[in-house]
Write a protein that binds this ligand. Structure first.
Ligand code: DOR
Length: 428
């Protein structure tokens, strides 16, 4: 089966490509990229006026399988991914049971093969049951297909456990992803600690809880020589700490989410539970520091932390609602509207941070349009205006702080292994 995407602006930062041209897909692979490719009998997508780029890679999603299917499952989560322009998503292990053994990794990979609309990478837990006491089967999981190790959702409070986790992961060529919030400082808070939390009378999660956690984790990576990736960076202090560590040559990478890059704690006024997330939405100085960090390469990647919950769970008093919300179907629109159209990031930087960088960090065969690579492609309309309506989401987590916002920019086609899985918003 052959497919040609014709006349688009092809942006592939993995080979510093930015040209107007055609992409030929054959037997699921990129067969050629160039000027005027005519292939008789091939299907054609008219990409004139659109961006054609390596499919987006989200290195941080919660697919909620196994065990939490009322919130999401692989089928619904990967449809949401396809709708959002993602061709690969990596699932976090805070499920029931926790994915902390090779057999559970294998089960997820098998289920993803059967039910998944896009590629799924599986992240295994660092500690058994994510309880922070005993190491999980890190080597076994990494040897059997896990793409990284993480206790995401929880901070690894024990420095000793993280140290050994980093050492084990390093032996098997894997990285550890850290949810860096010191729970002894932040654990009982509901939002960012600052003027807004004081006004609302809600206990806060101070920025210093993240700064401390990031600093410790980086020191342990430096000491062991292991690779650490800091998930959902949200504070100016963390950005500064990562920047300094990179200068020293520490093996540290980092991601920021569309919500932390574009929203402040002011949106919590009104107690909308769709604004409750960990780490919390912070004040404007932190948001500006994150954008500066993304711009100068301190923050490598944008990841959604797609964290769907059932509507009934979020529909309760602020302090009792679970943290997190859906992110896969709004990410491109939010990033393009708030960062690209406002001149803060170029489209090449957007593609780098949403596709090339996360693939590189995890060592995935993704994030490229090089000839011979799997034909995982996103087509983006930079100008398409649309209004966020969670009723139309494919995810089960019909909750987003961007509800009702008019956004400019959207993925209009997603191609996975040469198969068109989404076109004009419809997942096939
Ligand atoms: O808000 C959050 N929700 N942050 C996390 O780290 C975990 C996530 C979840 O799993 O719901």
């Amino acid at each position: 089966m052959k497919l040609v995407l014709k006349g688009g602006r092809i942006i592939d930062p993995s080979q510093e490509l930015d040209i107007i041209g055609d992409v030929l897909v054959s037997d699921g692979l990129i067969a050629a990229v160039g000027d005027k490719i005519d292939e008789p009998g091939a299907d054609v997508i008219d990409a004139r006026g659109l961006i054609v780029a390596p499919g987006l890679v989200d290195m941080h999603v919660h697919l909620r399988e196994p065990g939490l299917e009322a919130k999401e499952d692989i089928a619904s989560g990967t449809k949401a991914a396809a709708a959002g322009g993602f061709t690969t998503v990596c699932s976090m292990p805070n499920t029931r049971p926790v994915v902390d053994s090779a057999i559970l990794v294998a089960g997820m990979l098998q289920q993803a093969k059967e039910e998944g609309t896009v590629n799924v990478g599986v992240i295994g837990a660092l500690s058994k049951g994510q309880e922070g006491r005993e190491l999980a089967e890190i080597g076994d999981m990494l040897l059997n297909g896990a793409v990284a190790i993480s206790d995401d959702g929880h901070y690894v409070e024990s420095a000793r456990l993280l140290r050994t986790g980093l050492e084990y992961a390093m032996m098997f060529g894997g990285i550890v992803i850290s949810h860096a919030e010191d729970e002894t400082l932040a654990g009982d808070g509901f939002m960012h600690e600052g003027a807004v939390s004081a006004m609302l009378g809600l206990r806060g999660r101070p920025a210093v809880a993240e700064d401390i956690a990031v600093a410790r984790d980086i020191l342990l990576a430096e000491y062991t020589g292991g690779a650490i990736h800091i998930a959902h960076v949200s504070t100016a202090g963390a950005v500064e700490c990562i920047r300094a560590a990179k200068k020293r040559g520490v093996r540290v990478t980092a991601e920021a989410t569309p919500h932390h890059l574009t929203l402040t704690d002011a949106v919590v006024i009104g107690f909308n539970t769709a604004t409750k997330v960990n780490p919390p939405l912070r004040s404007v100085e932190h948001v500006e520091a994150l954008i500066a960090g993304l711009k100068d390469g301190t923050i490598d990647a944008i990841a959604t932390d797609h964290a769907p919950h059932a509507f009934e769970e979020k529909d309760m008093e602020f302090r009792y609602a679970p943290s997190g919300f859906a992110g896969l179907e709004t990410a491109v629109g939010v990033i393009l509207t708030e960062l690209y159209h406002k001149g803060k990031l170029s489209i090449n930087e957007v593609i780098e941070s949403m596709s090339v960088a996360p693939a590189r960090i995890l060592g995935l065969a993704a994030g490229t349009l090089k000839t011979g690579a799997a034909a995982d492609i996103v087509v983006i309309d930079l100008e398409k205006e649309w209004t966020v309506d969670s009723k139309n989401f494919y995810t089960r987590g019909k909750c987003t702080p961007f509800e009702g916002n008019t956004l400019r920019g959207k993925a209009v086609a997603t191609i996975v292994g040469g198969r068109v899985v989404m076109q004009d918003g419809e997942v096939k």
